[in-house]
Write a protein that binds this ligand. Structure first.
Ligand code: IPM
Ligand code: MG
Length: 358
């Protein structure tokens, strides 16, 4: 029996609700498979922990996670604590030391879900966005001086390193190569940002030579938003800087029908530390505790985790079960215009997993 140690962290808002739904589905998935088991350890880090201890997680938090095979993460963010405190105190405090430098965000229009774009269904919109996850606009470099005075100054410095750009480009080209279309779009803004983004473009062209079978093109980020809306079928794998991909991935999720289904993986490709898997939607305080959060993003996230752990058959079975459920509009949660609850969707996915006949 293959055993995987999973660190589960619900975090804030609807995070604990969707993570508990995800763990239920994963348990059924493992039983159905028979070849592996998950040993889950719960971590109570997040905003409640902050209210008690003044920090989002213990100082050695990232090190405590090193021994696990993967981290399943819910959401972070609370109305009464500044966002930059919760984010830098937990999510980035885990991603950065564990060097999860590739953030992978697949987008597809799942069966039964309507894209806001006319005439778009499954095959026209099937993308993976690769987000640089360790530097760029999120480097944390910068500062403020003369606080509160009329001469106050504030800087956020975007930092790009040759090594950092090279490794994310290699990851993206490799991922593009593994997909049927073997096609990568490199997002840039080198017309206006004439130092780092120019180096970004140069390194993209250098790395491209290592992948002669991958076709690629380059797109300015502003024009990219138009292309995503007007010609979604012309895109496949996409690589972008930390901030550009942050913005583009919200657009992608909306075009695929709802932020409630969008998954993400923070990957350490060298596997010298665990990777972290999370739904993109965030803590969603407006619906916390109501039992109506869409668990589909977490199920898809869990499938990405299984894939990463080396259980692709189980990952596929889980995605098929999810697709059988999304195909039925009676099982849509309110973010998709339906009335189903988290409980109903979770039960339906678990049932579909039990019935899977492969
Ligand atoms: C995301 C989120 C985060 C980000 C927020 C919560 C800071 O929007 O994962 O896309 O900007 O990275
Ligand atoms: Mg975002």
């Amino acid at each position: 029996m293959r055993r995987y140690r999973i660190a589960a962290m619900g975090g804030d808002g609807i995070g604990p609700e969707v993570i508990s739904a995800g763990l239920e589905a994963l348990k059924v998935c493992a039983e159905r498979d028979g070849g592996f088991a998950l040993d889950v350890t719960d971590f109570d880090w997040g905003s409640d922990y902050y209210r008690k201890h003044g920090v989002m997680m213990p100082a050695d938090g990232a090190d405590q996670l090193r021994g696990y095979d993967a981290i399943l993460f819910g959401a972070v963010g609370a109305p009464d604590i500044p966002d930059h405190v919760t984010l830098w105190g937990l999510r980035l405090a885990i991603c950065q030391p564990l060097d999860q430098y590739a953030n992978v965000r697949p987008t597809r229009v799942l069966p039964g879900i309507t894209s806001p774009l006319r005439n778009v269904s499954g095959p026209e919109l099937d993308w993976v966005i690769v987000r640089e996850n360790s530097e760029g606009e999120y480097s944390g470099v910068g500062g403020r001086a003369h606080k509160g005075l009329p001469i106050e100054v504030a800087q956020d410095v975007s930092v790009m390193t040759r090594a950092g750009v090279q490794r994310i480009m290699r990851y993206a080209f490799k991922l593009a190569q593994s997909r049927p279309r073997k096609f990568l779009t490199v997002v840039t803004k080198s017309n206006a940002q004439r130092h780092a983004m120019v180096m970004w473009d140069e390194i993209a062209a250098e790395v491209a030579r290592e992948f002669p079978d991958v076709t690629w093109d380059k797109m300015l980020v502003d024009a990219m938003t138009m292309r995503m809306v007007i010609k979604p079928g012309s895109l496949d794998t996409i690589v972008a800087s930390n901030l550009h991909a942050d913005i583009l991935s919200d657009l992608a999720a909306a075009l695929a029908g709802s932020l409630g289904i969008a998954p993400t993986a923070n990957i350490n490709p060298e596997r010298d530390a665990p990777s972290m898997f999370e739904p993109i939607h965030g803590s969603a305080f407006d619906i916390t505790g109501k039992g109506i959060a869409n668990p589909v993003a977490t199920f898809w996230t869990a499938a990405m985790m299984l894939d990463h752990l080396g259980e692709p058959a189980a990952a596929q079975r889980l995605m098929k079960a999810v697709e059988r459920v999304t195909a039925d509009p009676r099982l849509h949660t309110p973010d998709l215009g339906g009335q189903a609850t988290t409980r109903q969707v979770t039960d339906a996915v678990c049932e579909a997993l039990r019935q899977a006949n492969d």
